[in-house]
Design a protein around this ligand. Structure first.
Ligand code: ATP
Length: 239
């Protein structure tokens, strides 16, 4: 079937795994330009495996992945990145490099002619990183490190930022801060795909996909999800 004309990312029937263990069983997910999609699932549901198959760090065994209408299923990870998709893993920053060096690495990957201009823009978004730009990333708090991870990812000027558990290792206060940063990115034409087990991220999502045991159990708007009694009970703790 041809991709939805409005999709930026369109994954259909993605199957993937490790050795003899199959983790994903025909996952369908799409992201439209500029929207924020949440991929919600418990530990071990297959979220990381799915994101890695999108960005080319795990090879999909079957299915098709399109970015901007182009089939990228067999493409190298670096070529996917050049086409506008950037991956932010849980371990997104290099602790032994300075803040500025970390951000430059993101831009260098694409060979940007004017990384300084981009740097200024990023520092406007994250003023605390400008203040600390010559310090090692290891000196930042957990929340600030996540911001640096986002800044580093954005320096590659993606159309789609794919984020794996931005809440990992953060206290609830820092999770709120990350959510605030993500909301400030919305409306800039950037699409976000966020894999999380923390339902607080529903606050920034336009649509949600629920992954369970490598299958998509639900896809729809946040309102549709909360209207679904089983999901409401499972994810919102309804008694
Ligand atoms: P988490 O939030 O714990 O990262 P997840 O939803 O991202 O969970 P995955 O990391 O994709 O889930 O893991 C799905 C399954 O694949 C799990 O059973 C996990 O143990 C297994 N798995 C993940 N990575 C590998 C690997 N490199 N080799 C073998 N099995 C793996």
């Amino acid at each position: 079937m041809p991709p939805e004309p409005s999709s930026l990312l369109d994954a259909k029937g993605v199957e993937a795994g490790y050795g003899t263990m199959q983790v994903l069983w025909g996952v369908d997910l799409d992201v439209r330009p500029g929207e924020t999609v949440l991929l919600l699932g418990a530990n071990g549901a297959g979220k990381t495996t799915f994101l890695k198959s999108l960005v080319g760090l795990v090879q999909a065994r079957s299915g098709i992945i399109r970015l901007g209408g182009e089939d990228i299923t067999r493409m190298r990870s670096s070529d996917r990145m050049r086409r506008g998709m950037t991956y932010m893993s849980e371990l997104a920053v290099f602790p032994d490099l300075t803040i500025e060096e970390n951000i430059r690495i993101g831009a260098q990957a694409l060979g940007h002619a004017n990384p300084n201009g981009r740097m200024d823009e990023l520092y406007q978004l994250f003023p605390v990183l400008r203040e600390k730009r010559r310090q090692l990333a290891s000196s930042l708090s957990g929340g600030q490190r996540k911001m640096l991870g986002v800044a580093k990812a954005l320096s590659a000027e993606p159309k789609l930022l794919v984020m794996d558990e931005p809440s990992a290792g953060l206290s609830p206060l820092f999770v709120k801060e990350v959510i605030r940063v993500l909301s400030s990115l919305q409306g800039r034409g950037l699409a976000l795909l966020i894999a999380e087990q923390n339902i607080s991220f529903l606050e920034v999502a336009t649509r949600v996909f629920v992954l369970e045991g490598g299958h998509i159990r639900f896809s729809g708007t946040v309102a549709e999800m909360s209207g679904n009694e089983d999901l409401h009970r499972a994810y919102f703790g309804l008694t």
